[in-house]
Design a protein around this ligand. Structure first.
Ligand code: BGC
Length: 552
């Protein structure tokens, strides 16, 4: 930030994640689309968000819901075309809403022309050098090059069938690395050609006017030179792991983002990069947002904190210190398309690693009423914190995770690659309800949906919540309005001591915020109640409730 420049928008923005498959479907084929997004922008303006993060919409065989890109510079016909994209972006900008798009640089689809060329080319060729091809181990190369496991389960290497049959030398056909599905081969970022191609892709979308990028698997692009064996601990988070991991957080990734920072800086309008970097601590995540690198990085240690006051205070403190220490905002987040929705997650006990999901056979079903109450309290706490915040479509309706999805509806590669052992992420991706009494709850007008919607969702539809002052939708609108009016996002947090240990309590620019995570009510200080995450009578703060109080 320079003195003649207003603070950059991304330091304080409330950013709403649209998962286009499940947001709004204009053509009625059961899969959301970009024209659907355009028709719903007024609802987002009324909600009060500053920007949108749009999950993948680029050309893709959809083996991982679009995170398997075959053409980085076009729109998949499922979602529309580039003209629809331009119209959507212009309509968002007309409403004062910025838009960042998802960029997937760790891997492409196996249908990307480069990978198809690599398969046809010989070992050692320029075409192979864009990905990570290696000879296998064992006498005839029949063992994978190392023991790495895919995040989605199973081995991270797949052996190819060579175009020239057996004429490949003593080691036989090569293997290629895929940290995710076999249809998602990892690029080799040591190769300058890959780097140049991504500069071109960045410029393609920046020239079209996007406000920035959410960068997928931003901690994974560079692998340890020697590809040493590594096995994640049993039951670890699918994208977490404890350091050192030879494919996460390698020092070399940072140079890539310094380079991208320079590309974005050529453009006006404070374009921004947001890292999806699943690192264990805030201090490690903060490495991605040093002044010459990215601008934001999702605070996953915060997302992963259990519903526990002491842990939340600790992670908030660590985050403000770590991000503040490099001059970056903290980027708070509770839900996205990869995790169990927080209105369910916060009522689940321990032992549900991220990415594994919940389903009909998961032991210990969460109580939906407790989950919703905690979910609302957690959001009220998050939106009072200084920094930027991300919301995931449907959380403003209090949507829970869909646990009872039938097995034959599931589409997440995790489900298939673990033989149904892990449910994966479909339960947070179900098309969202707009109108209670319309086909597909107003998602489209044909009733088709790529994942089935639960019948209980009629009462959660947006039109049912609009006129109800106590609805989750109106809570989100109020929180976002007050956050703006009191400039909480650019404020400073000071802890309030002396309250019971089950509380998280702080002041931010004249607003007192108290969350009660315990079972017992807590006496409230004097002041004017601005908002309560769940309405209550009396002057004691009930369990699982957050309040904002004005000190005037
Ligand atoms: C995305 C996931 C995706 C994976 C592979 C992630 O971190 O958010 O949805 O499956 O990257 O691209």
């Amino acid at each position: 930030m320079t003195s003649d420049h207003a603070p950059e928008w991304w330091r304080t923005a409330a950013i709403y994640q649209i998962y286009p498959r499940s947001f709004s479907d204009a053509d009625g084929d059961g899969m959301g689309d970009l024209r659907g997004v355009t028709t719903r922008l007024d609802a987002l303006r009324e909600l009060g968000v500053d920007a949108i993060w749009l999950s993948p919409f680029m050309t893709s065989p959809q083996r991982d819901a679009g995170y398997d890109v075959a053409d980085y510079c076009d729109v998949d016909p499922l979602f529309g075309d580039l003209a629809d994209f331009d119209a959507m972006l212009a309509a968002a900008h007309e409403r004062g809403i910025r838009m960042i798009v998802d960029l997937v640089p760790n891997h492409s689809s196996d249908q990307h022309p480069w990978f198809q060329e690599a398969l046809k080319a010989a070992p050692g060729s320029r075409e192979r050098a864009r990905y990570i091809f290696r000879d296998g181990q064992g006498e005839h190369g029949e063992e994978p090059p190392n023991n790495w496991q895919s995040v989605f389960g199973g081995p991270a290497w797949t052996r190819v069938t060579e175009a020239d049959g057996d004429a490949t030398g003593p080691n036989g056909p090569q293997w290629y690395l895929h940290l995710f599905d076999a249809s998602q081969p990892d690029f080799d970022w040591a190769n300058e050609e890959v780097r140049e191609e991504f500069r071109r892709i960045l410029r393609f979308w920046l020239d079209r006017g996007v406000d920035g990028f959410r960068v997928d698997v931003a901690h994974g692009l560079v692998k340890h030179d020697e590809l040493p064996d590594y096995m994640p601990p049993e039951d670890s988070d699918s994208m977490g792991g404890t350091e050192p991991v030879p494919y996460w957080g390698q020092e070399g990734v940072h140079e890539i983002y310094r380079d991208w920072h320079r590309v974005l800086a050529e453009y006006d309008g404070d374009r921004a990069l947001c890292a999806e970097a699943w690192m264990p601590t805030a201090a490690e995540v903060a490495l991605w947002v040093r002044p010459d690198e990215m601008h934001q990085a999702f605070n996953f240690p915060y997302l992963q904190a259990p519903w526990d006051a002491a842990r939340l205070r600790e992670v908030i403190e660590e985050s403000l210190e770590a991000f503040g220490g490099v001059g970056a905002p903290t980027t708070w987040v509770l839900s996205n398309h990869d995790v169990v929705r927080h209105a369910t997650r916060l009522a689940l006990g321990p032992g549900h690693p991220q990415g594994h999901g919940v389903g009909p056979k998961t032991p210990g079903k969460p109580d939906p009423a407790v989950g919703l109450r905690r979910g609302r309290a957690a959001t009220a706490l998050m939106l009072a914190l200084p920094g930027s915040a991300y919301l995931y479509q449907g959380e403003e309706l209090g949507l829970p995770e869909v646990i009872e999805l039938p097995d034959d509806a599931r589409q997440d590669p995790t489900w298939f690659r673990t033989g149904g052992e892990r449910y994966g992420r479909d339960g947070c991706r179900v098309p969202i309800p707009w109108e209670a009494h319309a086909p597909a709850y107003g998602f489209n007008d044909t009733g088709a949906t790529w994942l089935p919607q639960p019948s209980e969702w009629a009462e959660l539809a947006r039109d049912q919540q609009e006129g109800d002052a106590d609805s989750t939708l109106n809570l989100y609108k109020t929180l976002l309005r007050l956050r703006r009016e009191h400039a909480l996002a650019s404020g400073e947090l000071s802890w309030i001591d002396g309250l019971p240990p089950q509380t998280v309590a702080f002041r931010n620019t004249g607003v007192t915020v108290i969350a009660n995570l315990g079972a017992e009510p807590v006496a409230l200080p004097a002041g004017r109640l601005l908002v309560a995450s769940t309405p209550f009578d009396g002057d004691a703060l009930p369990a699982d409730t957050t309040v904002w109080i004005a000190e005037d």
